[in-house]
Write a protein that binds this ligand. Structure first.
Ligand SMILES: C[S@@+](CC[C@H](N)C(=O)[O-])C[C@H]1O[C@@H](n2cnc3c(N)ncnc32)[C@H](O)[C@@H]1O
Length: 292
C-alpha cells in the first residue's frame, strides 16, 4: 500500500470513511496517544501546574489534542480535513478547531502561543497537490508563521514521517531559516517498528538553556513493542541527537468523575433552560486518563 501522502491530497484522503476508520482503530488511538505524550514531554513546559496555550497542527480527529487536554492545557487545532474535524467535534474535543491549511501559514498574532505539537502531519507539506503548490514556499509560510506566533524560548515538537532524507533536510532547513534552533530526536533508532523522529525546535537562537533531549533506546535497548526480528541495526539513518536526562515513571492520580448519568441529566437541564448544548453521543462523559 503506498503512503497516504502519495494517494491523494490530505483533505481528500481523510474523507468521512477514512476519518472514522482512523479514529476507531484502537491501535492508532494507542500509538497516537503515546507519540503525543512523548511530544508533550519534549516540549518541556515548566512544571508549575499553569495551563498553557498550545497548538496542535494537523490535529485530525483530536487524538493528539486529547493528550494536551488531559494534561490541563488549552489548545488550538488546525486541520485541512473537514471530515477529521467533524469527528473531533463529535468526540467533543476540548480544543478550538480551525479548518485551515498549515501551508498557507497560521495567521496568529506574534508571541501569543506557549508551545506547539504536530503529530504525523508536517510531511504532507513536502507534496505538491495543486499546480499552485510549491513545497518550499509552503514550508516557508508554515515555519515563518509558527515562529512568529510562539513566545520567545517556546518550543515546537513536530513528529513526522518523512519519506526520505531529502524531505527531512528540506523540513529542517526551512525551520532553521525561520529562526528556530534545535534538532532531531530519534526514539528507538534501531527498531523498524517503534522508531520515531521528532523535530524539537526552540523559538530563538541556541542558548545555555536550550533543552538538549536524548532519544529513547539510543544505547541499543529494545522497545517493549519490539521483538528481535524487528531490530534494525543499521545506524546509517541516525541523525543528530541531543543528550537528555529522562525523568522517571509518571504518577497517575485517579480522579472521581460524576458519571455519565449525571452529565446527561445536567445537559438535559441546560437544554430545558434554552442553552445550546452539544448532542449526547457515545463520547459524552467518557472516561479520560487522569491528569498529573
Ligand atoms: C495522520 S493524521 C494525524 C492526526 C492527529 N495529529 C493524530 O495524532 O491523530 C494527519 C493529519 O494532518 C492533516 N494535514 C495534512 N496536511 C495538512 C495541512 N496542509 N494543513 C493542515 N492539516 C493537514 C490531515 O488532514 C490529518 O488529519
Amino acid at each position: 500500500m503506498p503512503r497516504p501522502e502519495l494517494q491523494a491530497p490530505p483533505e481528500i484522503f481523510y474523507n468521512e470513511v477514512e476519518a472514522r476508520k482512523y479514529t476507531t482503530s484502537s491501535r492508532i488511538i494507542e500509538i497516537q496517544a503515546k507519540i503525543s505524550e512523548r511530544a508533550l514531554e519534549l516540549l518541556a513546559l515548566p512544571n508549575d501546574g499553569i495551563p498553557r496555550l498550545l497548538l496542535d497542527i494537523g490535529c485530525g480527529s483530536g487524538l493528539s489534542g486529547e493528550t494536551l487536554s488531559e494534561n490541563g492545557h488549552h489548545w488550538i487545532g488546525y486541520d485541512i480535513s473537514s471530515s477529521m474535524l467533524d469527528v473531533a467535534l463529535e468526540r467533543e474535543a476540548e480544543g478550538d478547531l480551525l479548518l485551515a491549511d498549515m501551508g498557507q501559514g497560521l495567521g496568529l498574532r506574534p508571541g501569543v502561543v506557549d508551545g506547539a505539537i504536530s503529530i504525523s502531519a508536517v510531511q504532507w507539506l513536502c507534496y505538491a497537490d495543486k499546480s499552485s503548490h510549491e513545497p518550499r514556499m509552503r514550508l516557508k509560510a508554515f515555519f515563518g508563521t509558527l515562529y512568529r506566533c510562539l513566545a520567545r524560548g517556546a518550543r515546537a515538537v513536530l513528529q513526522l514521517y518523512a519519506e526520505n532524507r531529502d524531505q527531512n533536510e528540506m523540513i529542517s532547513t526551512y525551520a532553521m531559516r525561520a529562526g528556530f534552533s534545535g534538532g532531531v530526536v530519534v526514539d528507538w533508532p534501531h527498531s523498524s517498528k517503534a522508531r520515531k523522529e521528532y523535530l524539537v525546535l526552540t523559538c530563538g537562537p541556541p542558548s545555555a538553556q536550550t533543552y538538549q533531549p536524548k532519544g529513547k533506546g539510543e544505547n541499543g535497548e529494545l522497545c517493549s513493542e519490539d521483538n528481535e526480528s524487528d531490530a534494525d541495526t543499521d545506524d546509517s539513518q541516525m541523525v543528530d541527537v541531543y543528550d537528555r536526562n529522562r525523568p522517571r515513571k509518571k504518577l497517575k492520580v485517579k480522579k472521581k468523575g460524576k458519571g455519565r448519568e449525571w452529565v446527561l441529566k445536567k445537559k438535559e437541564q441546560m437544554r430545558n433552560k434554552g442553552y445550546n448544548v452539544p448532542p449526547d453521543t457515545q463520547y459524552t462523559a467518557r472516561k479520560r486518563k487522569a491528569r498529573f
